[in-house]
Design a protein around this ligand. Structure first.
Ligand code: ZN
Length: 221
């Protein structure tokens, strides 16, 4: 009887640990300046006049950083203002790029911003998109199996928390949303060409989470 109870307890604990997710809070600077720049971005790019720099999550956008380490990525996202090495997007806003989540090569998940604070990580869709950045992505630092598993875990966790999330996309797929109701970008000249996080990585995530019946990516008009 005692053994049966212990077995039951072990099964319960293992089920709990399978479903649990460990997210480490590692907040980037979100001072008054970043808040002001974010509110300004929401108005200038999306026509959204808000008092708070918040989003309503409808999708998750998956990225790779190309930057090879967690520390260097954190350093890149931490300042409120865009650093000088991003002249390609500086005209659109002085707000620095970032994302809500960052996953290291070993699969450790870090939260850089509250889930519903806007991060600048995808043109046209930041007002409704939670961003997951993955450290690496280059030839000598490809994304790892541990990262794939953590993306899947994190997306399951987010879908449970925000049932209105309907799309899981790779950054390279963002322009397919031009003309879609979620696409709010006002500047037709503000576009960048992206390849991250690779077709295989995003398809593997969608396959492993297909029970959620994600909406298909819109067709290019
Ligand atoms: Zn990206």
């Amino acid at each position: 009887m005692k053994n049966a109870f212990l077995l039951f307890l072990t099964i319960c604990l293992s089920l709990i640990s399978c479903n649990s997710i460990n997210i480490i809070d590692k907040p980037i600077t979100f001072d008054q300046e970043r808040s002001d720049l974010t509110i300004e971005y929401l108005e200038n790019h999306y026509g959204l006049k808000q008092k708070e720099p918040t989003i309503i999550p409808k999708m998750v956008v998956v990225h790779w950083t190309v930057i090879p380490t967690l520390d260097k990525t954190f350093e890149a996202f931490d300042p409120s203002r865009l650093p000088g090495w991003r002249p390609d997007i500086a005209d659109a806003s002085a707000l620095n790029v970032s994302s809500q989540f960052l996953i290291d090569q070993d699969g450790t998940i870090y939260r850089l911003l509250p889930d519903t604070t806007m991060a600048r990580h995808v043109i046209g869709l930041n007002h409704c998109a939670i961003g997951i950045e993955n450290v690496g992505g280059t030839g000598d630092k490809p994304l790892t199996k541990a990262q794939l598993n953590s993306n899947i875990k994190l997306i399951r966790h987010l879908k449970k928390k925000y049932p209105d999330i309907e799309y899981i996309i790779g950054h390279f797929e963002y322009t397919y949303f031009e003309g879609h109701e979620l696409w709010l970008e006002k500047d037709d000249g503000y576009r960048t060409v992206k390849t991250d996080p690779g077709i295989d990585f995003i398809n593997a995530i969608r396959n492993k989470t297909s029970n959620y019946n994600w909406k298909p990516i819109p067709q290019k008009k």
